[in-house]
Write a protein that binds this ligand. Structure first.
Ligand code: PLP
Length: 398
């Protein structure tokens, strides 16, 4: 199959088609290409449980995949260098401060394994992204989990105070699941104080949702890497770049720090299609801006609907919101699932709050009435239901 017929086969037609028109697969094409996309996008279920981007990858990224696929018999060296070039120029860093990875999840794991141990504890917020906390638990490292502030932000003062002697301080900014940010000045102050009091403590700033944040005072921690060998910043292509299924992430840190991760990390392993798609998407500023704008608009619609119904919503700087549904989140999740809407799982200790990812406007216009219907009916008693399967759903990882 030549490039042109490949592109037609995946349903794009002309690559210049209107931005954000989702390519759809016919049943026949779905069979031919494994059916994943048809299952994910075409089914009636509204998937707003895993903080995925509902609009699909940039057309420029899909075009790049079509372009490189015929050459996938070759190893991807040149394509990897292209991505390195784009990222180093975007962040203004030398190459030796960049580590590519198949998703940022693998990097977080490597960082926790390299910096914590049975005698080196970790400091994190609660609730915060659980994956690094679980890795620490797995290797027997203690995690000091610190409650959030009253407006559901990471408590930077408490985290700073708890840090001396730690192997790692984990700052998820914006924070998953609460969608809130902490200001760049607060992150910098934490780093300065922790490094002064405890120079062997590393600070991981996870910026998975960076591009969605628009609160004043928010900024990346990347510039701090130049000054502090203790700072590691993690980024992913899974969120605003809509490439969760392509598995691309990266870390930025000083070379000596990245070297510490080597025993725990495969050092890239990215394939030609993912590399080309990531490179194209990172160059496609119009696509990134459009995604952020659409998310902002649909997020406002969703937040307004909950607020009008009397529910408190945390200030969101992400592609998801965190809502006080004033009842058990597990029963809410199950009741919504029965009506075809998949929302986030339960995030202890905030078990009466629901995390809802922002879908497309048509999806949220269908989902909001479902939420209101569920919240308007008596609470589903989950004690009598076997809901253990909910913990096995993909949202468990996100
Ligand atoms: C805060 C945060 N960090 C990292 C990740 C991992 O993303 P990925 O492994 O897809 O790059 C996620 C996924 O949801 C996340 O929410």
């Amino acid at each position: 199959m030549n490039r042109r017929s490949f592109v037609q086969a995946v349903g794009l037609g002309a690559l210049g088609a209107a931005a954000f028109e989702l390519p759809t697969l016919s049943a026949q094409q779905a069979g031919q290409y494994g059916g994943q996309r048809a299952t994910a996008v075409g089914a009636d279920v509204i998937r707003i449980g895993s903080n995925e981007n509902p609009y699909g990858p940039a057309l420029s990224a899909i075009g790049a995949i079509a372009n490189v696929a015929p050459g996938a018999n070759r190893y991807p060296g040149v394509l990897q260098q292209n991505l390195v070039d784009v990222l180093t120029s975007k962040h203004g860093i030398p190459e030796d401060r960049l580590l590519l990875s198949c998703g940022s999840g693998d990097l977080l794991k490597a960082i926790v394994m390299a910096t914590t141990s049975k005698v080196k504890f970790m400091v994190a917020g609660t609730p915060s992204y659980e994956s690094p906390i679980r890795t620490a638990n797995t290797i027997g490292a203690t995690v000091k989990e610190l409650p959030l502030t009253s407006d559901l932000r990471l408590d930077i003062t408490a985290m700073t105070a708890a840090a001396p002697g730690a192997g790692l301080v984990y700052i998820c900014n914006p924070n998953n699941p609460t969608s809130t940010i902490v200001a760049a000045s607060a992150v910098e102050a934490l780093i300065e104080k922790v490094v002064a009091a405890s120079p062997s403590t590393f600070i991981l700033v996870d910026e998975a949702y960076f591009e969605y944040a628009d609160s004043p005072g928010f900024a990346t921690a990347v510039p701090l890497v130049a000054k502090y060998p203790q700072v590691i910043v993690a980024r992913t292509m899974s969120k605003i770049h809509a490439m969760a299924g392509m598995r691309v992430g990266y870390a930025i840190a000083q070379p000596g720090t990245l070297k510490l991760l080597q025993p725990y990390h495969s050092n890239s392993g990215l394939n030609s299609m993912s590399l080309a798609a990531a490179t194209a998407s990172l160059k496609d500023d119009a696509n990134t801006t459009k995604n952020a704008d659409m998310n902002r608009e649909v997020r406002k619609f969703t937040v307004d609907a909950f607020a009008a119904a009397g529910y408190q919503v945390a200030r969101s700087d992400a592609n998801f919101i965190f809502v006080n549904i004033k009842r058990e989140a597990k029963g809410f999740q199950e009741a919504c699932r029965q009506k075809g809407v998949m929302v986030g799982r339960v995030f202890p200790p905030m078990t009466s709050w629901a995390r809802i990812s922002i879908g497309t406007m048509p999806e949220m216009k269908k989902a909001v009435p479902v939420f209101m219907e569920v919240l308007g009916t008596p609470e589903m008693k989950t004690a009598s239901l076997d809901l253990s399967y909910l913990d096995e759903l993909p949202s468990e990882l996100t």
